[in-house]
Design a protein around this ligand. Structure first.
Ligand code: NAD
Ligand code: IPM
Ligand code: MN
Length: 358
């Protein structure tokens, strides 16, 4: 029997609530499919920051390095500036472990509705391949001057290696799906980095004659995602553009409570980290009403990455079964169920082995 060591970082706000449910479901699936998940929980969060002054210990990255994978709830809470909490935990983990692919698949599931009128479950399915290690998320720049003359400068960094590897990943992925990839760009307005991205995209596209490729300005692509989402399958985008498009893609496929995310280290030299696309949602934190599906589907991605493909599929099938039945749904899905009730219903839909987590 395989034992996997998984680092669990519930984090802040609803991150804590949804992670309990994902662990409940994953433990049940593991028991059924003959492996075990050995969880080690870390209390790294804004609460920790408030008492100790840091989001994680100085050797946090070394502590995580020995794990097979990481499951993250969400980080960020009122009282700690977001750039402090996120640059103190999430972003360093992504970078230290070369998790340069942020894979964000979305799909409208049977039993859920899209904000887009008249769209059926089979019509909305896409995946955002977001560059996750460089681009607009840089520390280069600063604030200068004072008073009315004060200004801030932020430099983006796009490296050939960084751009090539994410675009190539998207083309390889497109080959396993519809064979369509669209690059989100803004080369009409951002004159150094974006034409560079476009050029590399065109070079790589030439090596994939079997994949239909297209470059689309991010603004037009955002409109297409709402008006003609069926024309979109694999989207490759820079760090910031991919971030924005992934919330939009989530919104059109049932909401932020439904969208999982994997920070992938493709070489498997380091752990990958799985989380929801959404954040810690301070507006509903502590109420027990967050939708745990995004985190549970992130757990399914984690299992897939471990190579436990049957268990991964069983988890996503259990989610689909419960949502299609429509009896247990959190408020964002139009129901009255709590986070725990939906998590338990999904675990129970797996059937079989009963774990001791309730
Ligand atoms: P958010 O995703 O937390 O919330 C946006 C809206 O969606 C809120 O109205 C929230 O109630 C709703 N929502 C989100 N997830 C939901 C769920 N599972 N079920 C039901 N409703 C849900 O975005 P925000 O408000 O911009 O950010 C809040 C905090 O989270 C900030 O500190 C931000 O920096 C942080 N954040 C962290 C991560 C992460 O750790 N990966 C990701 C995004 C945002
Ligand atoms: C996400 C989040 C983070 C990001 C923030 C919280 C730094 O929005 O994971 O999508 O932009 O990467
Ligand atoms: Mn985001």
């Amino acid at each position: 029997m395989s034992d996997y060591r998984i680092a669990s970082i519930p984090g802040d706000g609803i991150g804590v609530d949804v992670q309990i449910e994902a662990r409940k479901v994953l433990d049940r699936a593991a028991g059924q499919y003959g492996f075990s998940l050995q969880w080690t929980e870390f209390d790294w969060s804004c609460e920790r920051f408030a008492t100790s002054g840091t989001m994680m210990p100085d050797d946090g990255i070394e502590q995580l390095a020995g794990f097979d994978q990481i499951l993250l709830g969400a980080v960020g809470f009122l009282g700690v500036p977001d750039h402090v909490s996120l640059w103190g935990l999430l972003i360093p983990v992504r970078r230290a472990f070369a998790q340069y692919v942020n894979l964000r698949p979305v799909r409208l599931l049977p039993g859920t509705t899209s904000v887009l009128a008249g769209r059926g479950a089979e019509e909305l399915e896409m995946v955002i391949v977001r560059e996750n290690s460089e681009g607009e998320y840089s520390t280069i720049g600063g604030r200068h001057g004072s008073g009315a003359g004060e200004f801030a400068v932020q430099e983006s960094v796009f490296t050939r290696v960084g751009v090539e590897r994410i675009i190539r990943y998207a083309f390889e992925l497109a080959r396993t799906r519809s064979g369509n990839v669209v690059s989100a760009t803004k080369s009409n307005g951002i004159i150094h980095t974006m034409p560079f991205w476009d050029e590399i995209f065109a070079e790589i596209a030439a090596g994939y004659p079997d994949v239909h490729s297209e470059q689309c300005h991010i603004d037009a692509l955002a409109a297409r995602m709402v008006q003609q989402p069926e024309r979109i399958d694999v989207v490759v985008a820079s760090n910031l553009f991919g971030d924005i498009l992934s919330d939009l893609a989530a919104a059109v496929t049932g909401g932020l409570g439904m969208a999982p995310s994997g920070n992938i280290n493709p070489a498997r030299e380091h752990p990958s980290m799985f989380e929801a696309v959404h954040g810690s949602a301070p507006d509903i934190a502590g109420q027990g009403i967050a939708n745990p599906v995004a985190q549970i589907l992130a757990g399914s991605m984690l299992l897939e990455h471990l190579g436990e493909l049957d268990a991964a599929r069983a988890v996503s099938t259990a989610v689909e079964k419960v949502l299609a039945a429509g009896e247990v749904a959190t408020p964002d899905l139009g129901g009255k169920a709590t986070t725990a009730e939906l998590g338990t219903a999904i675990a129970d839909a797996l059937g079989g082995y009963q774990s001791d987590r309730k």
